[in-house]
Ligand binder design. Sequence first.
Ligand SMILES: NC(=O)c1ccc[n+]([C@@H]2O[C@H](COP(=O)([O-])OP(=O)(O)OC[C@H]3O[C@@H](n4cnc5c(N)ncnc54)[C@H](O)[C@@H]3O)[C@@H](O)[C@H]2O)c1
Ligand SMILES: [Zn+2]
Length: 452
Amino acid sequence: MNTELPSSLRVDWSMTYPPAQPSTSYVWTFEPTAHPLDAELSWPEGTHSILIRAFENRLDRFLEWDLSKVKQHDKPAFTTAAGIFRRGVAVSGLAQKQIFGSYDITFSEVMPAIFGPNDVCIIDKNVADAWSLHSVTANCLILQVEEASKSLATVSKILSFLEPYRSNPKPIYLVGGGILCDTAAFACSMKGLDFNLVPTTLLSMADACVGGKTGVNFSPYGKNQLGKFAFPKEVLVWRNWLNSLPDRELNAGRSECLKHILLSKELPNSLATKPFDSLTTVDLAKIIALKSEVVSRDPTEKGERAILNLGHTLAHALEAYSHKNNPNQPINHGEAVGIGILYSLFLSKHLGQMTEVAFQKAADLVVSSKVLIGFAKLKAYLPSDNLRDPKMLRDIVQYVALDKKSAGQTTRWILLEEIGSVHRHAGHWTTPVEQEDIENTWEDFVSYFEKL
Ligand SMILES: NC(=O)c1ccc[n+]([C@@H]2O[C@H](COP(=O)([O-])OP(=O)(O)OC[C@H]3O[C@@H](n4cnc5c(N)ncnc54)[C@H](O)[C@@H]3O)[C@@H](O)[C@H]2O)c1
Ligand SMILES: [Zn+2]
């Protein structure tokens, strides 16, 4: 593999919008009601109530919205809601559009020059604190962000800040981790403003800054449920931001890097175990390239992009459980992904897709990459006195079933045959897994994890 630092990686994307081809339609008869956020977000009155109703009715992104029975004056609210519900669903009578573009991911050895007099920035407060960026430019919004504030209320705050910059000639710079970038990019896209991403966490460099997914959580209906596909003009990667990143966040980001390494035949396994101090920009570029290549081939997750969910089905369930039962000290995304990756290896072996030898090799890599939090920490974050408790497992399985990839008792997982080789089931990248397979694998998994 090339050991030179590429100055940039080009990501080409093209997609139909709305992204998913409808399988069938849902006829709306609902009468929307006003909510204060409608005005704050400049939405047609009633939009918020339609979103709530769509989640209550458990609509998915493959259902087209049939508005033939909706009052004429409510239609703008329905089309606005359809545009952001699960990153956009089809509306009957509105044609899908073909859109395309490209952007560069640029790697630099010095802090990117983004604080000129005409630059507008939205910066994560912890980054601004660590790098003394509070008064670098007059046109700057410093935001304290956490998963709980990845919300429409924060989008509203960002939109108010952006109001004077509606005709800004340059893209808005979004400087921070995945939470700031996802939320602020969604806000920019709602206003039709261009943006550049400046990721400052390992997770956002390796994963969140590539691929055009933007959006916010919509409590209590789940993570990243409202949003848009919106692509940056440029992504600026400067590795040294990571020097101020707390160890916990650094390790969390390593899980997504490990995921890319497990999905690739080309990335050397040694990248997963390299100490942080010797992880170079070239290494980062290679890890980012895996995602950018997959996204270029399948921007809207019609097929192959689903492989990037390796480890995420269990991870999302662990996160949901932990946020509900331990909101003050929950597990973070990357930590949950590390555990989810290990568990997906157990499922792959249990279902016969992975030989014992391939399992050992992959599991050894997960363990030696040090992405796993300890057994005691997992128990503390969930929290759980006993990870074998059938009641807890039932709750986790229920969260797994709520995951958007599920149908009835069957859930869809990314499973591996070996490092670099995803198991394909009947031509699909995901494999159906029954609830009882999860129950039958859990004990083995817990025992293995406990002994690490
Ligand atoms: N859009 C996508 O494709 C995609 C992919 C993966 C994850 N995500 C999303 O990304 C989010 C997680 O992102 P994250 O892990 O970057 O978390 P994050 O944005 O919460 O950042 C982690 C913590 O580090 C702080 N921080 C950020 N950069 C810092 C720096 N350089 N120095 C010191 N502190 C710093 C932040 O303030 C925060 O407290 C989740 O909401 C997840 O859903 C999105
Ligand atoms: Zn992830």
